[in-house]
Design a protein around this ligand. Structure first.
Ligand code: SF4
Ligand code: SF4
Length: 293
């Protein structure tokens, strides 16, 4: 008799491998993720964004230090040994991962050495249409695009200027270009089979009445999930209030009319490692000054 082929090991469903794409709080706590802070620059200028390399701030866009691609690979090596359920390697700042080549370089090296790790990319989406083929070829499975408005006039209040192919665009022209690229990038990523989450920063008096429109447009483009993140008042939006419980509830309810809402986000640092909100291996990974040389 012909020998039977060996059964192929089952690949766990994405929701079981990536905590931030799980529909349940339990799923969110069952796998560890590692963020690699390899992206120093950004190509847009969000009014709420304060990038820094301090150790203390438990928030996005903050990291202990910037890593070179070589240092990032060394951190993955350590994390694979230290974190028993590490399943995701993500790149999400402090700048935009598509504003320099470092992130995709690191992903290529992680993919070839640790093919079982899920690769996850977070971007503002400006460079997504022209980068998506390379991203898909690298085997990136999950993509997060931050979309804070689908109306250029609202977007212009949030991101008043962008750098687009070595030209500066301001105001509504900047908003039009950014939104067009975000929606085209989401559509192309969906056509290539990536699972797409949209992050939307809920900004009182600016986009709080616009969340349903955002959710409808990104769902039509191909996003599967949306994460409404309350504004942290800082930088040029330091004078605005953080949205209260009722505003957050209403925004999520409006988004839920169009696509699944992710409820368990604990805004993470750009160098986070462990189970979000539960375990933190950063001191262990960076403890001996690895990135200082
Ligand atoms: Fe900051 Fe991200 Fe906006 Fe760039 S896209 S300015 S890194 S929040
Ligand atoms: Fe997950 Fe939110 Fe942390 Fe991103 S910031 S890894 S979505 S918990």
């Amino acid at each position: 008799r012909d020998a039977q082929p060996a059964p192929t090991p089952a690949v766990p469903a994405l929701e079981d491998r990536h905590p931030c794409f799980s529909p349940t709080p339990e799923g969110h706590a069952q796998a560890e993720r590692l963020h690699l802070p390899v992206s120093p620059d950004c190509n847009i200028d969000c009014a709420f964004c304060k990038r820094d390399f301090g150790r203390q701030d438990p928030r996005p866009a903050s990291a202990a230090r910037l890593l070179t691609p070589d240092q990032a690979v060394a951190i993955v090596e350590r994390a694979v040994e230290s974190c028993p359920t590490l399943s995701v390697v993500g790149i999400a700042g402090p700048g935009d991962p598509l504003a320099s080549e470092h992130a995709l370089d690191v992903f290529a090296r992680v993919r070839s050495r640790w093919p079982n790790l899920t690769l996850c990319l977070s971007t503002n989406g400006l460079m997504l249409p022209e980068s998506i083929d390379q991203i898909a070829q690298l085997g990136v499975e999950t993509l997060t695009v931050t979309v804070n408005a689908v109306d250029p006039a609202i977007q212009a209040q949030i991101t008043p200027k962008i750098a687009w192919h070595r030209h500066r665009l301001d105001g509504v022209a900047a908003g039009e270009r950014l939104i067009a690229n975000q929606l085209a990038g989401i559509a192309r990523a969906a056509a290539r089979g990536l699972t797409i989450k949209v992050n939307t920063v809920l900004i009182p008096t600016v986009n709080e009445d616009h969340i349903g429109d955002i959710a409808a447009r990104v769902a039509a483009a191909g996003a599967q999930l949306i994460n409404i993140i309350p504004l942290i008042p800082q930088h040029r939006f330091a004078h605005l209030p953080a949205p209260g419980l009722m505003k957050r509830y209403v925004a999520r309810a409006e988004a839920e009319c169009h696509l699944r809402v992710f409820h368990d986000c604990k805004p993470c640092r750009a160098d986070a490692c462990g189970v979000s909100g539960l375990t933190d291996y950063v001191a262990e990974l960076y403890g001996d000054g690895l990135a200082a040389h």
